[in-house]
Ligand binder design. Structure first.
Ligand code: IPD
Ligand code: CA
Length: 264
């Protein structure tokens, strides 16, 4: 697919940050056994990746605004456009030496995500999309959501909140309703990849509460451009502001949404 100039800038930045993260990831694997563990090292790797992305993007587009997980928000001279960036989504996996994490970069224009990149450097999988131009994996493969229609054959992803989170009880209830009627639920620990996997038809559905804009901004566009329906869990919520997201192939969306939206 022939992407826009902005998309090419985003892909280049994601690859460059990915190379830095992969190099540090090898070191994380060595640090696992130490008593102190790799915590501080990973924070530095995460921050370094965000610096790389910011430098690349602001060199190419100096007027755009910024929202990054590590460095926060900054308004640009062009108030209509901003980058939304998670340099390392799946930090817990990275910290534990598990190769399932991603760089997530979205471009928002007038409140709407128009270009998106989710890059999994460990598997060298580059998921990307542009509004109206479809979703793609590594240039050649057009992404389409799954066509499975029987709920009992479907596999879903979610994020299980940490023990102190106010969202834990609701998520456990969701699992109680969903697990008996589907083929499986995964908690793989990187929301951006969960959405990209819905786009690729690997997962049939995904839902999670309490996410941040940088976790989902890029993944939402990629999933939608592959034919997924992506909505807030409750009417009237904003996915980027409230962070409650429900995504599924159109074939099972209604059945899946009914299960997740049940109040009990
Ligand atoms: C987290 C991951 C995880 C999701 C959490 C996020 P981080 O992002 O996306 O899958 O369940 O809610 O905070 O902290 O690894 O960038
Ligand atoms: Ca994240």
């Amino acid at each position: 697919m022939q992407g826009s100039a902005n998309l090419n800038v985003m892909i280049k930045a994601a690859r460059k940050a990915g190379r830095s993260l992969v190099k540090d990831f090898r070191e994380v694997e060595n640090l696992q056994v130490g008593r102190k563990g790799p915590g501080d090292f990973v924070s530095r790797a995460d921050r370094a990746a965000e610096d790389i992305i910011r430098e690349e993007l602001s060199e190419a587009r100096p007027n755009y605004g910024w929202l990054g997980e590590e460095t926060g928000a900054a308004e640009g001279k062009d108030p209509t456009r901003r980058w939304i960036v998670d340099p390392l989504d799946g930090t817990t996996n990275y910290l534990h030496g598990m190769p399932h994490w991603a760089v997530s970069i979205a471009l928002e224009h007038k409140g709407e995500i128009v270009s998106a990149v989710v890059y999994d450097p460990a598997k060298d999988e580059m998921f990307f999309a542009e509004k109206g131009a479809g979703a793609w994996l590594n240039d050649k493969q057009r992404l389409r959501v799954s066509g499975r229609t029987a709920m009992i054959e479907t596999v879903h992803a979610t994020g299980i909140p940490w023990a102190g989170s106010k969202y834990l009880p609701a998520t456990l209830k969701d699992l109680g309703r969903l697990m008996p009627v589907c083929a499986g639920v995964r908690r793989w620990g990187a929301a951006s990849l969960d959405l990209a996997y819905v786009a690729a038809g690997r997962f049939d559905g995904y839902w999670e509460r309490g996410l941040k804009p940088w976790d989902v901004a890029a993944g939402i566009l990629i999933a939608r451009e592959a034919g997924a329906l992506v909505e807030p869990i409750r009417d009237g919520q904003s996915m980027l502001e409230d962070g409650h997201v429900l995504a599924a192939s159109s074939a099972i969306f209604d059945a899946f949404a009914k299960i997740i939206r049940t109040r009990d």
